[in-house]
Write a protein that binds this ligand. Structure first.
Ligand code: FAD
Ligand code: NAP
Length: 321
């Protein structure tokens, strides 16, 4: 087995979404020796969207890939050590803090956790059998495979509505399955969904409905079993693809032994003068991993900035001790 290299630094940023990249830009400008670890999903969640309409100043054809690529180039302008690695465990009882990656072991006097969140799943046993074999969590990545096919999207938030609208321009029919009779999505998206239904006529909404099983031939899925709360009965839909868009779970598990966490979100606000500090001084959290309310690109970026400023304050103070 190849021996892992040991890397020592002043600051580690875990994550390459809007929070991580913004933190890196601010840390670089403060001359803090920083390593940024990109993780399993370089660029973060926004890579999954083909149109961002709420990034201020960028109102024309802004895709997630384009925005995150520009943020990466912005980070590269400075002397930040960017590592394609995934942190698998940590030891926050040691100081400098220790982080164990798939590639290297890192030692750092401060840490910014910006690990974001991952797609929540339905928790139906057959979901794992058909993941990647008809089930997807990313319309932009996989939508093309369902050209002129009958498919379904589950969820009622911004992601589900965006994916439904996007997929309705590719697939023959899109069934949108939502557990309540009201969408959680922004009004503008709800209006856009109904306009699309009026124009394309290929979206069928199933309110008050939940998916209770995913069926197939063990190679690919071919139908779902749906329960209607209104009719109090099950029915089946023959579909080739199912897109799951029911929210996200913060990526906090590897830290849970050491820092305070509530409902999977890392708790911050332990220091009035460093709002992004976690329950351990020197460890900060930013973006969706610590935000149970807003969960937007701009709020993630803003909290990345705050975490970098807080970490700089912490590092400067510890120098004087
Ligand atoms: P993320 O973007 O989730 O990035 C997390 C980073 O952490 C990733 O780079 C990942 O590789 C890394 N990571 C995770 N675990 C580890 C580990 N163990 N080791 C190392 N690195 C790790 N918001 C908007 O404002 N506008 C939109 O139009 C919009 N569209 C969206 C569309 C979709 C389909 C989705 C899913 C979300 C959308 N959002 C949108 C929300 C927005 O994407 C998030 O709020 C934002 O990306 C959060 O940024 P973040 O940096 O906190 O985390
Ligand atoms: P979300 O807002 O949490 O919505 C999740 C949806 O899935 C809700 O409608 C929820 O139903 C439903 N749901 C949750 N668990 C379920 C289950 N087990 N079975 C069936 N349905 C379930 O998640 P999201 O849409 O992924 O959005 C996440 C964040 O990213 C939000 O802050 C959002 O604003 C942001 N985002 C923004 C944009 C944009 O600005 N254009 C685009 C995408 C995402 P209930 O409604 O009943 O709770």
């Amino acid at each position: 087995m190849e021996k892992k290299e040991k890397k020592y630094t002043q600051q580690i940023i875990i994550g390459s979404g809007p929070a991580g990249y913004t933190a890196a830009i601010y840390s670089a400008r403060s001359n803090i020796k920083t390593i940024l670890i990109t993780g399993p999903n370089p660029g973060g969640q926004l890579i999954q969207t083909n149109e961002i309409e709420n990034w201020p100043g960028d109102y024309n054809n802004l895709s997630g890939i384009k925005l995150m690529d520009r943020m990466l180039n912005h980070v590269k302008k400075f002397s930040i050590d960017i590592r394609d690695d995934i942190i698998t465990s940590v030891n926050f009882k040691k100081y400098p803090f220790e982080l164990y990656g798939e590639e290297n072991i890192y030692f750092s006097t401060s840490i910014i956790i910006a690990t974001g969140s991952s797609t929540k799943l339905l928790n139906i046993p057959s979901e794992t059998i058909y993941m990647g074999k008809g089930i997807s969590t990313c319309a932009i990545c996989d939508g093309f495979f369902y050209k002129n096919k009958i498919i379904a999207v589950v969820g009622g938030g911004n992601s589900a509505l965006e994916e439904t609208i996007y997929l309705s321009n590719i697939a023959q029919t899109v069934h949108l399955i939502h557990r309540r009779n009201q969408f959680r999505a922004d009004k503008i998206l709800i209006n856009r969904l109904y306009t699309q239904i009026k124009n394309n006529k290929n979206i069928i909404i199933h309110f008050n409905s939940c998916i209770i099983d995913i069926l197939g031939d063990n190679i690919v899925m071919n139908k779902i079993q749906v329960y209607s709360e209104i009719e109090k009965k099950n029915y089946q839909l023959n579909i080739s693809g199912l897109f799951i868009a029911i929210g996200h779970i913060p990526n906090s598990k590897i830290f849970s032994k050491y820092i305070d966490i509530k409902d999977n979100y890392i708790k911050i606000g332990y220091n009035n003068l460093m709002k992004t500090q976690t329950s351990i001084p020197g460890i900060f959290a930013a973006g969706d991993v610590s935000d149970h309310i807003y969960k937007q690109a701009i709020t993630a970026a803003a909290s990345g900035c705050m975490a970098a400023i807080d970490a700089e304050k912490y590092l400067n103070a510890s120098k004087c001790n």
